[in-house]
Design a protein around this ligand. Structure first.
Ligand code: PMP
Length: 316
């Protein structure tokens, strides 16, 4: 009884197995990193996760802003009252171990903390907390030509989570059902990505990226209070935008700010800096001059080629 997606824009993001996955303190062979079908989080969406990238640098593979990602994982767990059995430092060491073991020079890293097997029901007080960290090679999330040709965006009919419904500050696994609804609606309609508005109707973010709008010489991105994740790439990009001599600020944005933008780009660990081509079929300059500058400097920064931020690249 599957739905037919006749207009479906097919996106493939296959997982390529690597050697091992870190699970609760051990490096487990990839094919043995299994869980029981009655795992609590599989039923209720109660896990928290991160998405991190390692890049090849002159010093070897280095994980970009590893501390900030693991600190955010700890905070996501805190928001959900998940007792995290590891410190940020232990998780950072575990991520380095799994990347080292993979032998990869660059990869995507996926830490996940979840309630494991043993209890069912919504009370989590007796649930065990399991933690896993996997890595694998992963290409450009919005396509290889996203930085140059740009992505076609659609304002979603789905409303972004609210602070008092599912806190957007936490990367909760269950939150991403909301993102998937938006992503699939956009793909089914022939677009690449969804822009999500909050319940006040203001721009929050995309299904998996923060958004930047350049309009009348100002560069703006919606703040956390608008329902945007406090993106680590958003923070990186704001720093490098200022270094490039531009002003950038957090601003509440209406959808028409997107329609009349001079240029626009979306940012995230997976998507990196991707140019926006249009929003609801209203074209914007793509890639605009600021987008091109930012994408190039971001690509250098994550690879340790920006001396000011070399400390953000954590050798494995
Ligand atoms: N918003 C959402 C909803 C996301 O899932 C992500 C990816 N983690 C981002 C924004 C970008 O965050 P970051 O730059 O920290 O990857």
């Amino acid at each position: 009884n599957r739905q037919t997606h006749h207009k479906l824009k097919k996106v493939r993001m296959p997982i390529e197995p690597t050697k091992s996955i870190w699970m609760n303190g051990d490096l487990v062979p990839w094919d043995e990193a299994k869980i029981h079908v009655l795992t609590h989080t599989l039923h209720y969406g109660t896990g928290v996760f991160e998405g991190i990238r390692a890049y090849e640098t002159a010093q070897g593979p280095a994980i970009f802003r590893l501390k900030e990602h693991m600190d955010r994982l700890i905070n996501s767990a805190k928001i959900l009252s998940i007792p995290m059995p590891y410190t940020s430092e232990q998780l950072q060491d575990a991520a380095k171990a799994v990347v080292r073991d993979s032998g990869l020079s660059s990869c995507y890293i996926r830490p996940l903390a979840y309630y494991g097997y043993g209890e069912m029901g919504l009370a989590t007080s007796n649930c065990v907390v399991d933690v896993a960290i996997a890595c694998w090679p992963w290409g450009a999330y919005l396509g290889d030509d996203a930085a140059t040709k740009g992505v076609r965006m659609k304002i979603s009919s789905w409303v972004r989570h609210d602070h008092n419904i599912m806190p957007p500050a936490s990367k909760t696994t269950g939150n991403y059902a909301n993102s998937t609804l938006a992503k699939m609606e956009a793909l089914n309609a022939g677009y690449d990505e969804a822009v999500m508005l909050n319940k006040e109707g203001l721009v929050a973010e995309c299904s998996g990226e923060n958004i930047f709008v350049c309009r009348n010489g100002k560069i703006m991105t919606p703040p956390f209070v608008s329902g945007a994740l406090e993106g680590i790439t958003q923070h990186t990009v704001m720093s490098i935008v200022r270094d490039l001599g531009h002003e950038v600020s957090f601003e509440a944005l209406a959808r028409s700010d997107l329609y009349t933008a001079d240029e626009m780009f979306v940012v995230g660990t997976a998507a990196e800096v991707s140019a926006v081509n249009s929003v609801d079929d209203r074209s914007v300059l793509c890639p605009g001059p600021i987008t091109t500058q930012v994408a190039e400097l971001y690509a250098d920064t994550v690879r340790g080629k920006n001396p000011k931020y070399a400390h953000w690249c954590e050798e494995v």
